[in-house]
Ligand binder design. Structure first.
Ligand code: KG4
Ligand code: ZN
Length: 336
């Protein structure tokens, strides 16, 4: 079954054609990152406008690269939540138009579920159940994936998402948006023990995260130094900050796996491209005898292929929308 999948939740207009949830026939991503970089972060109104301009061309290119026409497509999947509302609406309305014009079923896809599904493309043998660390620019969750469309949140961030913390700390160090990627690169040349940073925990909730205190600690360190006319080495700052964030993520994730007796661990979302997080989880999982699955780095960020993969399993679970489908800015991953 071939699905045309559309993603427009943030600053990437992405469309893919995916067969049976696992085989990517095409995946086209038009990124707006250069334009948002001018402002140090995503400007929602600009994002919506660029999606409107790009979506038709990206769709035509995805069909072309897959060597198919709309006649070969059996369903249209679209990210409907969560994300920037104006950005989501562009994809949702475009998908509704296609569904109306062709009579093909419309499948709503939750953005974080699709991040998890990027693993079904990278690892053809992977099947639920498993425990997933979902870490993106807007979310940090530990999710029990009981089945393709049945999940439970075990832990969550109480404030900033990991990606958001990376981006804000990196911005203070003068790095371009999205700073998480830049900081990861710079940190490779620094000493992770140069600065002692806190490892915030949440009382009574051992699987929850809190990154805002950590972010404030590094920002204060930089500001205090600059008030004294000093400049701290960005390599050491980056390495120490990255180490602290990764330590919090890995510690809670591994604890959850042990406590819930799960032996298959999976990561998803933009931050799962982080080099230290990948190395650390590889070590921890080896030590504990856990199987670890992480998406290919090119599938960690937003793309249409992951929407096509999750869309297939949502379709099998009869999650079909009618033409009154709306975009939703916030929606829990276990909404259905
Ligand atoms: O999943 P994603 O592409 O979009 C959202 O759904 O939010 O995640 C984007 C986030 C950004 O905060 C970006 O800085 C972060 O993922 N990111 C990274 C790395 N690559 C992307 N953070 C740390 N290290 C990386 N290598
Ligand atoms: Zn995302």
């Amino acid at each position: 079954m071939k699905i045309l999948a559309i993603e427009s939740s943030c600053d990437e207009t992405a469309v893919a054609v995916v067969e049976d949830g696992r085989k990517v026939l095409s995946s086209v991503v038009a990124t707006q990152v250069e334009e948002h970089r001018l402002y140090g972060g995503v400007v929602p109104e600009i994002a919506s406008r660029r999606h409107v301009e790009a979506i038709e061309g990206v769709t035509a290119e995805a069909l072309n690269q897959a060597g198919v026409t709309m006649d070969d497509i059996e369903a249209i999947a679209v990210t409907h939540a969560p994300g920037l509302i104006g950005a989501l609406l562009v994809g949702v309305n475009f998908a509704k138009g296609l569904s109306f014009a062709t009579g093909k079923p419309l499948v709503p896809v939750h953005h974080l579920r699709s991040h998890i599904a990027s693993n079904y493309i990278s690892h053809q043998d992977l099947k639920p159940p498993f425990l997933c660390l979902v870490v993106s620019g807007g979310h940090s969750h530990i999710v029990m994936v009981e089945d393709y469309t049945k999940m439970k949140i075990i832990g969550r961030t109480r404030d900033d998402a990991a990606g958001e913390a990376f981006d804000k700390a990196a911005r203070t160090m003068g790095m371009p948006y999205p700073g998480g990627i830049a900081m990861d690169r710079v940190a490779e040349n620094g000493n992770p023990l140069a600065y002692k940073l806190p490892r915030p925990t949440v009382d009574g909730c051992p699987y929850d995260f809190s990154f805002s205190g950590l972010k404030t600690a590094i920002i204060n360190l930089i500001h205090n130094a600059s008030q004294k006319g000093e400049t701290l080495p960005v390599e050491d700052l980056s390495a120490s900050f990255r180490y602290a964030v990764v330590d919090c993520l890995a510690t809670n994730f591994i604890k959850a796996a042990k406590d819930f007796n799960v032996k298959t661990l999976v990561t998803a979302g933009g931050v799962s491209a982080n080099s230290l997080l990948r190395r650390r989880l590889e070590e921890d999982c080896k030590k504990n005898g856990f199987a670890l699955y992480m998406p290919d780095k090119k599938l960690c960020g937003d793309n249409g292929a992951m929407v096509g993969s999750q869309g297939y399993y949502e379709y099998l679970d009869k999650n079909i929308a009618n033409l009154s489908l709306n975009a939703v800015a916030t929606l829990p991953i276990d909404y259905r």
